[in-house]
Write a protein that binds this ligand. Sequence first.
Ligand code: HSE
Length: 412
Amino acid sequence: MAAIAILGYGTVGSGVYEVLNTNTDSINKKALNPITIKYVLDLRDFPGDPVESILTHDFEDIISDDEVEVVVEVMGGIEPAYTFVKRSILKGKSVCTSNKALVAKHGAELLRLAKENNVNFLFEASVGGGIPIIRPIVRSITSDKIEEITGILNGTTNYMLTKMSEENLEYDDVLKDAQAKGYAERNPAADVEGHDTCRKIAILASLATEKQVNFEEIYTEGITNITKTDIDYVKKIDKVIKLVATASFDNGNVWARVCPLILEKDNPLSGVNGVFNAIKLTGNMLGEVMFYGQGAGKLPTAAAVVSDIVEAVRHKNINIGVHWSEEVQPLTNIDSVDVKKLVRVSYDDKAAAVSAVKHTFGDVEIIDGVADGEFAFITGVNTEANVNEKINNLLNSDSIEDILSTIRVELR
Ligand code: HSE
């Protein structure tokens, strides 16, 4: 018997309980040992719930019980999760977590401690919810050098952008809907400002480089500025907008970015809708491979956590060996990365404004008829710094009133 303890009986924690109790026989067979949930830790009481008899409010019950082999941290946040996880590992217990904030910040240290203590620190559910992506990177794509990772890593914002686009809705209405469906983080800023996506791409980039990619250094722009009119322009040019995370690894030149990106319709990411996530990896031998599935939600995320529990139970006293050192991976500033952008401008004098745009950007196509008093165009390809400088220069023209928005467009 392998005893486990679940820290946190919220959406994911109750999902872990449900998955283990639904697929019990096949899970136990794969784990090579029957799994028993010995404790559930939560500050709250759950009268009448099946976990009532195994509920504790005191982490000391768990840490002092040598029978507990695996601690499942699904509380979220850095503290007390970090302290509980670290103490568990130091006490010789494997830890499985869905907590991307914890993994992005302390993953390298916790992996080192797990190795030193001959246990495992596993975090499949921290990126892409139910999509297997950590294990494929660590255990499957071992023959390749990863050249690029790009994807849609946040279910909430993808749900919101999809709904805004398909139903012509405003941002605020779709945010409330996403929260009501339980997709959004407790603090929706983590989703809509891109912080959640940023931590996820930091984790993937760290695994790809085998070094610490600091999430604080990743350029991050969320979807809070995306309006219905922006989406109307995107539709007018027959493209799709997504919140896309990218990490590029080119012979030691590593950069990463999270931002709204306008995609061609034949880009496979453009067809990823609703709460679904997708991650596209490019390997130098393998070429492109894509992973697709539900990136948020109770049971998909819990299923990924349970797959880690199975892995931990199967590898009792055997450290699996995940390479992610505490050495910091320097990132190239995205100012030097090539981009092109859709730019919306408002004008006092349309003909003069068009002429100012063409003077600065060449003979670009003018996209108009979407909203009064404005038009848009797509810049040519240049570095982020150069494109931004040219866009700012437009404001020197008396005919241009303002830059209303700028959104990056995928490069082909
Ligand atoms: N809030 C996250 C999302 C949950 O929407 O993707 C999964 O990390």
